[in-house]
Design a protein around this ligand. Structure first.
Ligand SMILES: Cc1cc2nc3c(=O)[nH]c(=O)nc-3n(C[C@H](O)[C@H](O)[C@H](O)COP(=O)(O)OP(=O)(O)OC[C@H]3O[C@@H](n4cnc5c(N)ncnc54)[C@H](O)[C@@H]3O)c2cc1C
Length: 541
């Protein structure tokens, strides 16, 4: 009999690392798997910052204000208790991150805080231009201490294939070891999913193509509930490059950047005209919608800040624009466009980050609980750390040692999937390109029933095309149907929510309706998709 609890964490970005460290600190043995090292997780891309109410004595900010900004920004459908916990713990989280080596930018000796969209006060802490990278580096170093103690075992080049579920309980996972080319079982007293968002469904976004949504799609097909999939954040200020959309951090508007379009030779500062002097810093859903409604090329101007301030406060924006579009932002405005950035929806979890399957947890961006219909900038890094801590504590309290259950059938099925010959003429790359086109065409900032239905039909055709064989690597072949199934679920949820709220903007249902004032839950039952509304707050306890 083993004497330590053993857990499996899938994904080693900020959420997975935090959960690993907090579990190991409780004496739990962790196996931490991901296809790439943490240095390549999407978390390292985060630049802008992480929110917490600090320095209460020097400002009028309060935890209650952080909570109300978050709930209001999420259009009042985020889990209230969950948001309370998130905001209350935020100051401690900043202290802990500092303690383990995160170097936050300081002003007058205190952690500096900048303005971010939808927030009443300046509460976004940052590490120069590389907040995510700094946090990941500190977490890697901390995790290494536990690796040396034998409490964390890392496995790179390892992909999640499926969860081992029997009678509503999770016993571990089947993984694909890329080095050996084999499928194998990792047993665990609890499994924590920390696989990030689903950017790759949309092709070119601000995020990582490695976050393809496979894990969420596969779990969905195994009976795990997903939530609020229709809420997809379009970040208002991105620039287009050949490979991806590059983010112009909200910090640029936090420092005073102004959005405008040209009417002849006159600049129209449409956000300020509509919302007053703080208009440029409205929540992201509002800014993206307003940009869309202009129907024009929109520009972001920071040149009036002057070169010295730009190089001190937002050097990353200067470098980005110079490098990718050859624009010197101390002289010229930046042509921007909204692009897919973040997923408020994901795996449905309760306050302890448990899914509807016992001993299966989800943390970080792959889980859905804190952001409702729209996320405030700076709250996602916070949620990644906080959720990792919450899940570790819950597992410590609950997960029990169990008798082994046999999963030979699951392992054999996984091995068979890996051995299946590539066939047909369709390549995985073809399917990815078509998928991205379906999603971008039918799930834009503004949607309507006709488009959503067309999207569902197109995904169904892609699923049946894949049935006649697919060319690509073993991973590409076994991952494609779950990825397409997830895409279909997103379209189904967007079609079912017949109202406009936050990032779900319906041309055919432009009003917000109280009938839809709660989360959508989508379940998969032998191929049928069923959408329900969580009016009783089933996932909020
Ligand atoms: C450009 C950009 C800037 C951002 N800036 C900010 C910001 O300033 N402030 C803020 O709060 N938020 C920001 N965000 C959002 C924030 O960075 C993310 O939400 C957060 O870092 C997610 O962390 P995570 O650990 O949940 O996921 P990730 O960091 O995405 O990690 C996911 C992990 O899962 C692994 N994985 C994926 N699929 C599998 C699989 N099938 N099997 C095994 N492993 C798998 C990946 O390899 C990776 O290790 C930004 C996002 C982007 C894209």
């Amino acid at each position: 009999m083993k004497d330590k609890k053993e857990i499996l964490i899938i994904g080693s970005g900020i959420a997975g690392l935090t959960c690993a460290i907090e579990s190991a600190a409780r004496g739990i043995h962790v196996t931490l798997v991901s296809p790439y090292p943490s240095e390549r997780a999407q978390s390292v891309l985060a630049a802008g910052g992480i929110n917490a109410v600090l320095h209460k004595e020097a400002s009028e900010d309060s935890t209650d204000c952080h909570i109300s900004d978050t709930l209001k920004g999420g259009l009042n459908i985020a889990g209230k208790e969950a948001v309370r916990g998130l905001c209350e713990d935020a100051p401690q989280i900043i202290k802990w991150l500092e303690k383990i080596g995160t170097v936050f930018t300081r002003e007058d000796g205190n952690v500096a805080q900048r303005a971010f969209g939808g927030q009443t006060y300046n509460r976004t802490c940052y590490c120069g231009a590389s907040t995510g990278k700094q946090i990941v580096t500190a977490l890697i170093m901390e995790a290494r201490r536990y690796e040396c103690m034998g409490l964390i075992s890392r496995r790179n080049r390892t992909q999640f294939m499926s969860a081992l579920i029997k009678d509503g309980r999770c016993y571990g996972a089947v993984v694909f070891d890329e080095a050996s080319g084999n499928a194998e079982i990792i047993r665990a007293d609890a499994v924590v999913m920390a696989t990030g968002g689903q950017n790759c469904l949309f092709g070119k976004t601000t995020g990582s193509k490695l976050n393809d949504g496979y894990a969420a799609g596969r779990l969905f097909m195994q009976g795990v509930d997903l939530k609020n999939l229709e809420f997809i954040q379009y970040h208002p200020t991105t620039i287009r490059t050949a490979q991806k959309k590059m983010l112009v951090s909200e910090a640029a508007r936090g420092e005073g950047g102004r959005l405008y379009y040209m009417d002849g030779d006159r600049r129209v500062y449409f956000m300020e005209d509509k919302f007053g002097p703080k208009g440029n810093l409205m929540p992201r859903d509002v800014v993206s919608r307003c940009i869309y409604e202009t129907g024009k090329q929109v520009y972001l101007d920071v040149s009036f800040l002057g070169r010295e301030k730009i190089m001190k406060r937002i050097p990353e924006v200067y470098d980005l624009c110079m490098k990718y579009i050859g624009i010197d932002i101390s002289r010229e405005s930046i042509p921007i466009e909204p692009s897919v950035h973040f997923f408020m929806g994901g795996i449905a979890v309760n306050l302890k980050h448990q899914t509807n399957i016992e001993d299966l947890y989800a943390v970080g961006e792959c889980a859905s609980i804190y952001h409702g219909a729209n996320r405030l900038g700076g709250n996602s890094l916070l949620a990644a750390v906080y959720s990792g801590k919450v899940a570790a504590a819950a597992i410590d309290d609950k997960a029990e040692r169990r008798e082994d259950v046999l999963f030979d059938e699951e392992l054999n099925a996984a091995k068979k999937a890996l051995q299946e010959e590539a066939g047909g003429t369709l390549t995985a790359e073809d399917v990815r390109v078509k998928l991205a086109s379906v999603m971008n065409t039918n799930l834009g900032i503004v949607r309507e029933d006709r488009e959503l239905l067309k999207g569902i039909e197109d995904i169904d055709s892609l699923i049946s095309e894949c049935g006649s064989g697919l060319r690509g690597s073993a991973y590409e072949r076994y991952s494609m149907i779950p990825v397409l199934t997830l895409a279909r679920a997103v379209l189904v949820c967007a079609r079912e929510r017949k109202e406009s709220r936050g990032s779900q903007l319906r041309r055919d249902y432009p009003d917000t309706s109280e009938d839809y004032g709660c989360a959508t839950i989508i379940s998969y039952d032998g191929g049928d998709f069923s959408v329900t509304y969580d009016r009783e707050g089933r996932y909020e306890s």
